[in-house]
Design a protein around this ligand. Structure first.
Ligand code: FAD
Length: 427
């Protein structure tokens, strides 16, 4: 039986996430000794939770330990709707009870040290956990050296809202407190970064909020890129829905943010300085810090892997999945992290059993909602090519000139996708 779902992707199975490959079901049996292996997964987000569940489902006798400091995970997809006042933060939150009842041991602390030689993870209370295989799925941290002036204190004045939770609510409160006629600036970093279309979705939904509540206000995008994914779809929607409310300064127009001065709320670009009423500054990113501590991140700040198994190229017995890995053509998204988690689980089981892992084929789908009832999507298939994942045939993007009924349908599909992927990861 093959482990990867290789069926042709249709919009429906992309929505439901069932083309997200690597089902890790019906794995060949492990010997008693192999079954007693311990896999420690660091990070209980989309990648880590999907991986831990796939391991346990495939082989309940495996010892699977999930290390995650938060008792409740707050999801980023749809968090732009929270910022725009269209959704409550509680709709984004998921606990780990289901994973625990699946037989996964949940350790609610952060991993602070990793000893590659001894195969040990130390957690914030000093406990050590040994492993046969370690999976790192710590998401992102910020590359603050890449943005002078920006640090944790600055994020309290100029929220990034790029990790969902308190930052999401802070940005929402700032928008609510802003006067009509105010300026909201969104600083967007260059790629690679988490969910490349999400900043433009955010600009759209903030414009929706302003149009209804503070119609004399503006959104200014300061962009470190000239072109961005699904650009024609976004720009058409902006024109149709928001007139000239959204203005974008691209890289070649001097839009790249070079530093910030949080005390004056000033954003410095290659072209000039801006002092908006609300400054949403999304800094450059890199893999979650624990990946660097483990020695799994290279000078780019991301983690090179063998895309066939997700094994680190830098440290043995360690796999890196989700936003933290250098995935090549596969965008850093929840869809990709979840599919990678399942494929990684299947590869680990093959490796424990001494069998060569099968070649994964992954599917990622990304929805953008630019207003209530107005969505569009992008789906792709990816396979290993050399050291990275490359896009292969079968991808789909929404047509630019689609009727509004399709946009409305895609907005509904986006909700279903969110329900499906969170149920898959968290139960
Ligand atoms: P995460 O889901 O971030 O999980 C990482 C986990 O690791 C966290 O729970 C963290 O607490 C934990 N962790 C970190 N360090 C440690 C440590 N030392 N010890 C233990 N645990 C640790 N993707 C989509 O597919 N569709 C969308 O529509 C979409 N919309 C988005 C909108 C926004 C505004 C943003 C910011 C992102 C969006 N994304 C979307 C991207 C998606 O959220 C990420 O790509 C996805 O969460 C990556 O999964 P991950 O497992 O790599 O990291």
């Amino acid at each position: 039986m093959t482990r990867m779902t290789t069926r042709r992707m249709t919009r429906r199975n992309a929505v439901l996430g069932i083309a997200a490959a690597a089902t890790a079901l019906a794995r060949p049996s492990l010997t008693r000794a192999q079954s007693a292996a311990r896999v420690v997964v660091v990070g209980g987000g989309f990648g880590g939770a999907a991986c831990a569940r796939a391991l346990t489902r495939a082989h309940p006798a495996l010892q699977v330990v999930l290390v995650e400091p938060n008792k409740v995970f707050t999801a980023c997809p749809f968090s732009n709707e929270v910022i725009a006042g269209l959704r409550d933060i509680e709709a984004q939150q998921f606990g780990y009870d289901r994973l625990a009842s699946d037989g996964i041991t949940i350790v609610d602390r952060a991993a602070t040290e990793i000893d590659i030689q001894q195969r040990e993870v130390t957690t914030s209370d000093g406990t050590t956990l040994t492993y046969d295989r370690l999976v790192l799925s710590p998401g992102i941290d910020f590359h603050v050296e890449g943005l002078p002036g920006y640090d944790d204190a600055a994020s309290e004045l100029m929220p990034h809202a790029w990790k969902a939770g308190a930052q999401t609510l802070l940005l929402r409160r700032q928008l609510e407190a802003m006067k009509d006629g105010g300026l909201v600036a969104i600083a967007i970093p260059a790629n690679p970064s988490r969910c490349p279309p999400a900043p433009y979705e955010r600009a759209s939904l903030i414009a929706h909020y302003l149009k209804n509540r503070k119609p004399r206000s503006k959104v200014l995008i300061l962009d470190a890129k000239d072109n961005f994914t699904q650009q024609r779809l976004f720009e058409k929607a902006w024109q149709e829905l928001y007139g000239n409310m959204i203005e974008r300064v691209a890289l070649s127009q001097g839009g790249r943010v070079t530093s910030v001065d949080p005390s004056a709320r000033t954003i410095v670009t290659e072209f000039g300085n801006y002092t908006p009423d609300v400054a949403n500054v999304i800094p450059p990113q890199r893999a979650g810090r624990i990946a660097e501590i483990a020695g799994a991140a290279d000078t780019t700040g991301w983690c090179p892997i063998d895309p066939g198994t997700f094994q680190s190229k830098l440290v043995p017995n360690v796999h890196v999945i989700g936003d933290a890995c250098l995935g090549g053509g596969i965008p850093k998204s929840a869809s990709a992290a979840s599919a990678q988690g399942k494929a990684c689980a299947a590869a680990i089981i093959d490796l424990l059993a001494g069998r060569p892992p099968e070649v994964p084929r992954l599917t990622g789908v990304c929805y953008n909602t630019v207003a209530p009832g107005y969505g569009f999507s992008l789906a792709g298939n990816y396979q290993p090519k050399g050291d990275i994942f490359a896009e292969v045939e079968g991808g789909m993007t929404s047509p630019v000139d689609a009727p509004r009924e399709l946009r409305a349908r895609e907005a509904v599909e986006a909700e279903r996708w969110f329900h499906s992927i969170t149920a898959d990861s968290f139960g």
